[in-house]
Design a protein around this ligand. Structure first.
Ligand code: FAD
Length: 538
């Protein structure tokens, strides 16, 4: 049921078995799964409202230091996460797929890799997550070719592996899909516009959380608490607790560290040779009738051998007929939110708008030109699996928000190994496409620059080259990472915070490594797994 404002008077205290903080894909999946057991009383506390509300969204303001300022100042922290019932699924793009088996394994050539659970542990939950995201059968390997247009095959690029995404189209919005369910379910209480500000702890237990709604504080008591506020806010809530309680035993110094994104950039372009146009059609979106009319898209990833030999991570690339992805995933969102939510610096906003209009105009022109031209052009868009990096982190500033909590700062950093991955990925694509006479491939300027200079340049120089090219896509991961060793993790394999007996984290903050694939299917699968675990505890 939805709890109305009038039901929360000043002396109101809520009691639940499981109190979930945050109603995005992670929190909603957990709540709906647990609520199938009528004996479990669930409270879900959400900072946003049913519809977008710029006052709530302002609670997401923060500062980006290094990466994350492209295509707009503080983009990653202030714009690429949404305070609304349904969370960031209100703006997501629906690209879905599971992590690979190898993503869970330790890779000796990359520091701090390896999950404490295996792919096999998660696979049954992945399968159940498909319907939650309105996807088709759990098929993500080359057996999809059985359903693909006949001309497509997987032997174009021998040194790469073909991978697939499924798309929920239009991308499902968790609030639309689950609102009615929440409304009717007697054992769920949904509290909107309630922002959790404090965790109250006694010995090894959280005894209650404090929320603010309309300037009034409320207490929520529960046997178990789950933070499901996204990777930046999960960390910020824990960091605020540590800052306000300096002597407390929960002093895990890994909170906020190992922040990862999926750095995206267009690395180059090519021209199809010898009328090899079917190559591009195999790498464009295909709607498959026999698979519930769901759309599939194929990309290519570096082979395990290339990764091992070069001591790099994974990298996925797609081929698009225009350089439009950045505009789709970042700019549209920026206008959507920026116009509604924030008092931006209007001069810089206007200059950016002109640049974007130019980009949109050029892209449209290019689409037209490509349509009539015999020599088809395409762009190569790549996404790196970021190396776990303890210096890449969320920490607190000295500025407080209106509720007295310290604002998060995002210091998203990359390592040289990430750049090496990008460079080798470009070289391999060029080599493979040219060797097979499929296309001529050319690098974008910044890749050319990296190619021409030594890979052991200082990190600052690399960053200078990349900051204007690389953008994040709201895949915030790693700030409360999972592991059995407290010295390099925050939660254990059951997602419980090591030092606290009844506090759990849900969402991609728990990812120890992030693969190349979009995170939400894994977030949903982990929430289903967590629900099973919590059910056994109550
Ligand atoms: C433009 C864009 C496109 C994307 N496209 C894709 C895609 O194609 N595929 C994919 O897999 N992923 C995509 N993502 C990422 C995806 O949206 C996230 O992975 C997903 O929403 C994370 O779910 P979550 O529940 O963990 O966090 P969120 O969705 O961020 O939800 C967190 C919830 O917690 C609430 N909250 C925060 N703080 C508090 C507090 N103090 N008290 C109470 N409540 C609080 C928030 O209001 C929010 O409702 C995209 C993201 C963006 C920005």
């Amino acid at each position: 049921m939805i709890i109305e404002t009038s039901q929360q008077n000043e002396s109101f205290i809520d009691h639940a078995d499981v109190c979930i903080i945050g109603a995005g894909p992670a929190g909603i999946t957990l709540a709906q799964k647990l609520s199938r057991n009528d004996n479990i009383k669930i409270s879900i506390i959400e900072s946003g409202d049913l519809s977008f509300n710029s006052e709530s969204q302002k609670l997401n303001l923060g500062e980006c230091l290094e990466f994350g300022n492209y295509p707009h100042q503080n983009y990653s922290i202030s714009h690429a996460r949404i305070r609304q019932f349904g969370g960031t699924s209100n703006v997501w793009a629906g690209w879905s797929g599971p992590l690979e088996q190898d993503d869970f394994n330790e890779r000796p050539w990359i520091e701090e890799t390896g999950w404490p659970i295996s792919y096999q542990d998660l696979e049954p939950f992945y399968k159940k997550s498909q319907s939650i995201l309105n996807l088709s059968k759990f098929i993500y390997d080359k057996s999809i070719y059985d359903y693909y247009p006949k001309a497509c095959s997987n032997d174009y690029l021998k040194d790469f592996k073909n991978v697939f995404w499924q798309f929920s189209e239009p991308p499902i919005k968790f609030n639309h899909k689950y609102f009615q369910f929440f409304k009717n379910k007697k054992n769920i209480k949904l509290f909107l516009q309630n922002t959790v500000t404090d965790l109250i702890k006694d010995k090894n237990q959280i005894t209650e959380v404090v929320c603010i709604k309309n300037s009034v504080k409320f207490k929520f008591k529960s046997k178990i608490f789950v933070l499901a506020c996204g990777a930046i806010e999960n960390a910020a809530i824990l960091l605020n607790f540590q800052k306000k309680n300096p002597g407390d035993k929960f002093n895990n110094f890994n909170v906020g560290k190992y922040f990862m994104e999926h750095p995206h950039c267009t690395i180059g372009y090519g021209f199809i040779k010898n009328n090899n146009n079917k190559f591009l059609s195999c790498y464009s979106k295909n709607k498959i009738k026999k698979l519930d009319n769901v759309k599939f898209l194929s990309g290519i990833v570096l082979s395990d051998k290339t990764q091992k030999e070069n001591r790099i991570t994974n990298c996925v690339s797609i081929f698009l007929p225009n350089n439009f992805l950045e505009i789709q995933s970042a700019v549209i969102l920026r206008y959507n939110l920026a116009l509604r939510a924030f008092n931006l610096n209007f001069i810089s906003f206007f200059i950016q708008l002109l640049k974007d209009i130019k980009k949109i105009y050029l892209s449209a022109f290019e689409i037209l030109k490509n349509f009539i031209s015999k020599r088809k052009k395409f762009y190569i868009i790549s996404r790196i699996e970021q190396v776990p990096n303890k210096n890449s982190r969320v920490y607190l500033s000295n500025t407080k928000n209106k509720y007295g909590n310290f604002l998060p700062i995002l210091d998203w950093q990359m390592k040289k190994q990430d750049l090496k991955t990008l460079l080798i990925n470009f070289n391999e694509i060029k080599l493979n496409l040219e060797k097979k006479n499929i296309a001529d491939v050319y690098p974008f300027d910044f890749i050319k620059k990296i190619q021409n200079e030594k890979i052991d340049k200082t990190k600052d120089e690399w960053d200078k080259n990349l900051k204007k090219e690389v953008f994040g896509v709201g895949h915030h991961m790693g700030t409360t990472r999972m592991g059995e060793d407290k010295n390099i993790s925050v939660v254990n394999s059951n997602l419980k915070v090591h030092e606290i007996d009844n506090l759990y984290c849900a969402g991609s903050s728990v990812f120890p490594t992030c693969g190349y694939i979009n995170p939400t299917l894994t977030i949903v699968a982990l929430s289903l797994r967590l629900a099973e675990h919590l059910e056994s505890k109550i």
